[in-house]
Design a protein around this ligand. Structure first.
Ligand code: C2E
Ligand code: MG
Ligand code: MG
Ligand code: MG
Length: 275
């Protein structure tokens, strides 16, 4: 970054950058406190099948800040990544998600639900990631077959050999893997073939205009065909309207997530009734 800006650029004295740096430092200090004070919580968004039955949820972290109110992950996940706080935060997310799976496993009506958890690059790259997750699964008693880790293309491509090894270790005990925001990155098809994935998630940017933009429609269809050829599942993200849902259904999509089926909510508000 410094290189790109040029050797002689007086980055340090750029007032805008300094303001951004100090905002980041405040956020970082706040996050540390927030972790100690248990200000983070998980929201859950339903994932449904072709009959609109809930098959699982995606866990989405929120921060209940004492002054700022509910802070979205788009704001704090990047800072957590930069500062390393993603390690304790990511571990807390996995622990909480596993505890929820264990709770659901005790009841017939919820025991088959899957739990998707987003894992960020720095967290996944940590040399102890697989070991920690293996031991968490053992200690918590959560069923690894119900757990889905969502990774992004950039994360996987940054060190594909390492990713393949880690995914293999976790998959051998049943953990599933999804490629999140698919289509927005740069995966080549040969990489895609090598990765031990279970599922692709069509990014919501393609779903949004799928009815009006022929390019987005073509991309959505291409992802569905590709997934079928590679024997992968597909979830369409960000489905908000009946029109989008019908288009995707007709194109062969069998799993959906979006406001049409349910917004992310705290567990007590989650409506798990079969519709
Ligand atoms: P993501 O994993 O792609 O999650 C989907 C995002 O789309 C969520 O935003 C969700 O609330 C939103 N969404 C779902 N359905 C709709 C819809 O119909 N319309 C629209 N407009 N949006 C919809 P959210 O919860 O703000 O999370 C944003 C991103 O933050 C996530 O994107 C994920 O990359 C990251 N994130 C969230 N929780 C975690 C976490 O526990 N760990 C890590 N590392 N990242 C997380
Ligand atoms: Mg996700
Ligand atoms: Mg996504
Ligand atoms: Mg995203």
């Amino acid at each position: 970054q410094a290189k790109a800006a040029g050797r002689n650029t007086l980055r340090f004295f750029d007032p805008q950058m300094q303001a951004a740096a100090s905002a980041r430092a405040t956020l970082e200090a706040d996050m540390r406190l927030g972790l100690e004070r248990n200000e983070f919580l998980l929201y859950y968004q339903p994932v449904v099948d072709a009959q609109a039955r809930i098959t699982g949820v995606e866990a989405l972290v929120r921060w209940q800040h004492p002054e700022r109110g509910l802070v979205s992950p788009a704001e704090f996940i990047p800072v957590a990544e930069q500062t390393g706080l993603i390690l304790p935060l990511g571990q807390w997310v996995l622990e909480t998600a596993c505890a929820q799976l264990v709770e659901w496993s005790a009841q017939a009506s919820t025991q088959r639900l899957t739990m998707a958890v987003n894992v960020s690059a720095r967290q996944f790259r940590h040399p102890e990631f697989s070991n920690q997750l293996l031991s968490l699964l053992r200690v918590s008693g959560a069923n690894p077959y119900r757990l889905k880790l969502e990774l992004t293309e950039s994360l996987l491509l940054s060190d594909i050999e390492d990713a393949i090894v880690k995914m293999g270790e976790l998959r051998s005990i049943g953990v599933n893997f999804s490629l999140d925001d698919f289509g927005t990155g740069y995966s080549s098809l040969s990489y895609l073939k090598r990765l031990p994935l279970d599922q692709l998630k069509i990014d919501q940017s393609f779903v949004r205009d799928v009815l009006n933009d022929p390019n987005d429609a073509a991309i959505a269809r291409t992802i569905l065909n590709l997934a079928q050829s590679l024997d992968l599942g597909v979830v369409a993200e960000g489905v908000e309207t009946k029109g989008q849902h019908e288009f995707l259904l007709r194109a062969g999509c069998k799993a959906f997530q979006g406001y049409l089926f349910g917004r992310p909510v705290p567990v007590v508000q989650l409506d798990l009734r079969v519709r």
